[in-house]
Design a protein around this ligand. Structure first.
Ligand code: ADP
Ligand code: MG
Length: 312
């Protein structure tokens, strides 16, 4: 079916980023609940048309680790509208404050890392797509404890346009050193971002917090921070816990994060290589060893999320 704005009823706002707003909507003809992303950046009509054309490849991206795409269109007021699968536990940045001690349990981190790597590996091997924007708000969870990636760089034009909107607003702190330096980068760049994200979810605090981007948070602060990412030794799980008492972390988790955060990307593993390490941190995930625990945890999170957001 083709999506049309007249068939969509907005149910509620789910949040907004640097370039747009996401709403929960109902597609009336099919009675399907969806998430609708509206991108408000001023673009020439040719560019917009090109973006819509490029987004069509999303119809072919089908994987349990990737958010399902329903369609994209240009709206009358010159905005780009993207409709996708709605995830009823929200994104990881919204889930983190709901966790006990503001930390994800170890078994959840295992399934999460496995799901991210499987999604990245699928996008790369099947479609030659690099995600480019791995961060907690772009990984979503369902009440069944499934993790799915969204907002990846399928459209060259959209990626270019959004890069303009994103510069200097802090989200670039998940960027790999090679990317910050303007070097060639590939799928291993997403592995770096995943490593940073895992530190944040394991200890509850972002690796590079706002005050580190300088008191003003302005462009100088961000530039300084980006320079540090390139020049300093990489962050580790145990080395950097802001004001929190040092705690013991699982050695395999620490090792996994360390191998994701190797600064030289020629020495860093690819998603496929990390998945193929059958005796490391991810051992047991594929066999479903943690599935029962993850499911009951997700059920608990769904309940808390529902209470907080009054979602039905
Ligand atoms: P950002 O990812 O930078 O936060 P976005 O505009 O991409 O900005 O998304 C805004 C918020 O909408 C996200 O933080 C997330 O919580 C929510 N969101 C996005 N897509 C979905 C979806 N498919 N299902 C449920 N919530 C979503
Ligand atoms: Mg997003």
């Amino acid at each position: 079916f083709t999506l049309n704005n007249d068939d969509l009823v907005t149910l509620k706002n789910l949040g907004s980023g640097n370039s747009g707003t996401v709403c929960k909507i109902l597609h009336v003809p099919t009675q399907k609940t969806m998430a609708k992303k509206t991108i408000h950046i001023d673009l020439k009509t040719v560019i917009q048309t090109q973006i819509i054309r490029e987004l069509r490849i999303l119809h072919e991206c089908q994987s349990p680790y990737i958010i399902e795409f329903y369609g994209a269109f240009l709206n009358t007021n010159n905005t780009i509208v993207i409709c996708m699968e709605y995830c009823n536990c929200g994104s990881l940045d919204k889930i983190l404050p709901l966790c006990d001690d503001k930390q994800f349990p170890l078994y959840v981190l295992k399934k999460l890392a496995y799901s991210i790597l499987s999604g990245l590996s699928y996008l790369y091997t099947t479609h030659k797509i690099i995600h480019r924007d791995i961060k907690p708000s772009n990984v979503l969870m369902t009440h069944k404890g499934e993790f799915k990636l969204c907002d990846f760089g399928v459209s060259r034009e959209l990626t270019n346009s959004l890069a303009m909107a994103d510069t200097f607003v802090g989200t670039s702190t998940y960027m790999s050193p090679e990317r910050i330096q303007g070097l060639n980068y590939g799928v291993k760049s997403d592995v770096w971002s995943m490593g940073l994200m895992l530190i944040e979810l394991a200890n509850g605090v972002p690796v590079w917090s706002d005050d580190e981007a300088g008191q003003t948070g302005g462009p100088e602060g961000i530039l300084d921070l980006l320079q540090r990412i390139v020049n300093e030794t990489p962050p580790t799980l145990t080395g950097k816990i802001n004001n929190i008492t040092k705690q013991k972390f699982d050695p395999l988790l620490c090792q996994f994060i360390d191998s994701s955060l190797i600064k030289d990307d020629s020495l860093r593993k690819s998603p496929r290589e990390l998945l193929d390490d059958k005796d490391g941190f991810l051992k047991g995930v594929e066999e479903g060893v943690f599935e029962k625990d993850v499911k009951s945890w997700a059920k608990k999170i769904r309940k808390l999320h529902k209470e907080k957001t009054e979602d039905k």
